[in-house]
Ligand binder design. Structure first.
Ligand code: AHM
Ligand code: MG
Length: 338
């Protein structure tokens, strides 16, 4: 059969999906879908470079200052610049913050049109690129606090994750997949490289209520709090009805994406090196927790819901435990029993 045979069902691109979502809000101006299109454009540009990782060192021309010079930049810096470039021209964005930059960027001082702040990790897990392992981008969108001008970006950014109005991630794996939510379910889109569009592939994702895997860096187990090891032992010993297998990529986005689709649990506990956890609350834990909850899962820092944490600083870290209802309920039992 020819590959070129027409699709049986019409495709739905992420752009069309966002427009449909927008219709739920009467009077919506379209600025929000324009904002999200900045993210989808940037992640297409990032994936194009991720796909060439490894080639650029061989084919690249070190030291030259032509346009190829951009390709030679470290990919995480490139990803950061692309997101800032694509989002920076969106009039509705007042503040941008990134894992790559210590300070947030104020884009439109006092503009009445600047209604949103966007926080992102442009290329999470980028140390995995050298060995051709999947990486991702995470993003979170906050609304401007009422009556506030863009004078203090902290007021825009330091809101609990429950205030996110959109969040999601892109996983650069065997294919490029975008998962996003505006609070009406979590939806997944796969980039069709032949047409350059994200096409709906996972509508209204539901995380299975339980799974087969736990996902944690076991190299750190000697410094996990005691109750975490007690819990992991229970999973290994079949206390939940079967013996769990372990899966750990060391890249948050694909580790979570597997957990979202297959169920189970992902943990980054407090450790000796990272006593308050390693992952960042605003642009890693919050968007992941938002997607997890939208899909029927649970996300905690070990004591409370991730989305309830009142942030104190932009780059603050948190433990992250996220997964299916069954595994999370058992985790919470183990933690509360001490
Ligand atoms: P990064 O933001 O410096 O890329 O680090 C975050 C990454 C996550 O993708 C992943 O979950 C975690 O670090 C892995 O850490 P470890 O190597 O300690 O297991
Ligand atoms: Mg990161």
């Amino acid at each position: 059969m020819s590959d070129a045979s027409p699709r049986k069902t019409p495709i739905l691109t992420v752009q069309q999906h966002i427009l449909q979502e927008q219709k739920r809000f009467p009077g919506a101006s379209g600025e929000f879908s324009w904002l999200l299109s900045g993210i989808t454009l940037a992640t297409k540009m990032i994936q194009a470079q991720v796909r060439r990782a490894g080639l650029t060192d061989i084919l690249g021309t070190h030291g030259e200052t032509n346009v190829q010079g951009e390709i030679q930049q470290k990919l995480d810096v490139y990803a950061d610049e692309v997101l800032i470039h694509c989002l920076g021209v969106r009039e509705s964005i007042g503040v941008l913050a990134s894992e790559e930059n210590e300070k947030p960027m104020i884009l439109r001082h006092g503009s009445p049109n600047a209604n949103y702040a966007v926080v992102f990790d442009p290329l999470d897990g980028s140390s995995n690129i050298d060995v051709n392992v999947s990486v991702g981008t995470t993003f979170s969108v906050m609304r401007r606090p009422k009556g506030d001008k863009v004078t203090d970006p902290d007021e825009w950014l330091l809101q609990p994750g429950s205030q996110q109005i959109a969040a999601g991630y892109v996983v650069y794996g065997p294919s490029t997949v975008l998962v996003y939510s505006v609070g009406n379910g979590a939806h997944g889109f796969t980039l069709d490289p032949s047409i350059g569009a994200y096409v709906l592939s996972h509508e209204n994702i539901r995380m299975p209520s339980a799974g087969k895997y736990y996902s944690v860096n076991e190299g750190n187990r000697d410094s996990f709090p005691r109750e975490y090891n007690f819990y992991l032992d229970r999973l290994r010993k079949g206390a939940l009805g079967h013996q769990y297998s372990s899966r750990y990529i060391g890249s948050l986005v694909p580790d979570f994406h597997r957990t979202l689709l297959k169920g189970g649990i992902f943990l980054y506990p407090p450790t000796a090196d990272h006593p308050t956890g390693k992952l960042r609350l605003l642009y890693e834990a919050n968007p992941i927790a938002f997607i997890a909850e939208q899909a029927g899962g649970v996300a905690s820092d070990g004591r409370r819901r991730i989305l309830d944490i009142e942030p104190e600083s932009i780059h603050q870290r948190t433990p992250l435990i996220v997964g299916s209802r069954v595994e999370m309920a058992e985790f919470e039992r183990c933690v509360s029993a001490g």
